[in-house]
Ligand binder design. Structure first.
Ligand SMILES: Cc1cc2nc3c(=O)[nH]c(=O)nc-3n(C[C@H](O)[C@H](O)[C@H](O)COP(=O)(O)OP(=O)(O)OC[C@H]3O[C@@H](n4cnc5c(N)ncnc54)[C@H](O)[C@@H]3O)c2cc1C
Length: 305
């Protein structure tokens, strides 16, 4: 067996699981297919993670988590896991070039941004369309941008974008925002932010780069075209469970089902963080899940389960 515990995903859940597994002196590997830190690393500021009264950037917070796990001897593999299989209590994890075996696997693969699914979205990706304000805001200095969505992520990132863009419009399909009141109040007080309630995007247009978005009023059906240089999409997330190949029970929306010990329906397979079916998807709950999953995996190994 190559490893006792393998962790899929290097966001807060995976990094916390790695920290606990490494502290339990288990031979552990963590796979991350993209940038370490996951979605949390793209949060401009984290104001609700206990212990940081002055706020902290998501990147700095997850970088500290990574350093802490690394110090304890966690092995990192910067590869995406493309397939997972299990036979005779041994898991095989495949990446583009290699395969690895492990006794226990913790799935901490998080969620990916939900796409708008409108004409022009794929065409203008990286040329006006973005799913990450922290990554791309600087390209929109003195430009006009729209943010799609009405939740905390959308409104917080809209506020962040005002540091760069000349104007930020928040397009949301309901008449009220869903974001927390404190975040809404900050956005409403910002002179650069305007609101497009009861609107959905129906198409994105341009020549080589994005230059306009078509907005439809959900009540009247009226369409208006808004000139825009960039569009940031925050309309929800989809779980990243495609590589599991049906190995464990999922909800109808493809989230992994677990019990309170983070055990999935497949023996030896645990899940932690946003990828599992749960009521609150935040950094604080992701790290908690990761810790529980690693402790339970360690217990099973110790009991030879
Ligand atoms: C813009 C934004 C702002 C946010 N702000 C806050 C905030 O202020 N406070 C807060 O508490 N929460 C915030 N959140 C939510 C928070 O980031 C998430 O709840 C948290 O990151 C979930 O952690 P996770 O480890 O479960 O998943 P993720 O952070 O999604 O990490 C999963 C990781 O797994 C990797 N991965 C996926 N599939 C594979 C594979 N097959 N092989 C290898 N690696 C894989 C991904 O690349 C990713 O790095 C914010 C989210 C966003 C998008």
């Amino acid at each position: 067996m190559d490893f006792e515990i393998a962790i899929i995903g290097g966001g807060p859940a995976g990094l916390a699981a790695g920290l606990y597994a490494a502290r339990a002196r288990r031979k552990t590997i963590l796979f991350e297919g993209e940038a370490m830190g996951g979605q949390a690393a793209t949060a401009d500021r984290v104001a609700n993670y206990p212990g940081f009264p002055e706020e902290i950037s998501g990147y700095e917070l997850t970088d500290k988590m990574e350093q802490q796990a690394q110090k304890l001897g966690l092995v990192f593999e910067h590869q995406a896991v493309t397939a997972l299989s299990s036979e005779n209590r041994t898991f095989t994890l495949s990446t583009a070039g290699c395969s690895y075996t492990a006794n226990k696997v913790i799935v901490a693969s998080g969620v990916a941004p939900q796409k708008l699914g409108v004409p022009g979205e794929a065409e203008f990706l990286g040329r006006g369309v973005s799913y990450c304000a922290t990554c791309d805001a600087a390209f929109f200095r003195n430009k006009a941008v729209l943010v799609v969505g009405g939740g905390d992520s959308a409104v917080t990132e809209a506020i962040f974008l005002t540091r760069f863009a000349k104007s930020v419009g928040i397009v949301h399909r309901r008449d009220q925002l869903r974001a927390t009141k404190i975040v809404q109040d900050e956005a409403k007080a910002n002179p650069k932010i305007s609101f497009y309630p009861n609107q959905v995007i129906t198409a994105l247009k341009g020549e080589r780069v994005l230059s306009a978005a078509a907005l439809k009023d959900v009540r009247s059906g009226a369409i208006q075209e808004v000139s825009v240089d960039g569009i940031f999409v925050y309309i929800g997330r989809v779980p990243r469970t495609e590589f599991l190949g049906g190995i464990a029970e999922l909800t109808t929306q493809s989230y992994l089902l677990t019990d309170e010990r983070m055990r999935t329906s497949w023996p030896g397979l645990f899940a932690a963080g946003d990828v599992r079916s749960k009521s609150l998807r935040q950094i604080v709950t992701a790290v908690s899940d990761g810790a529980i999953a690693a402790v339970e995996a360690d217990r099973e190994l110790a009991s030879n389960i």
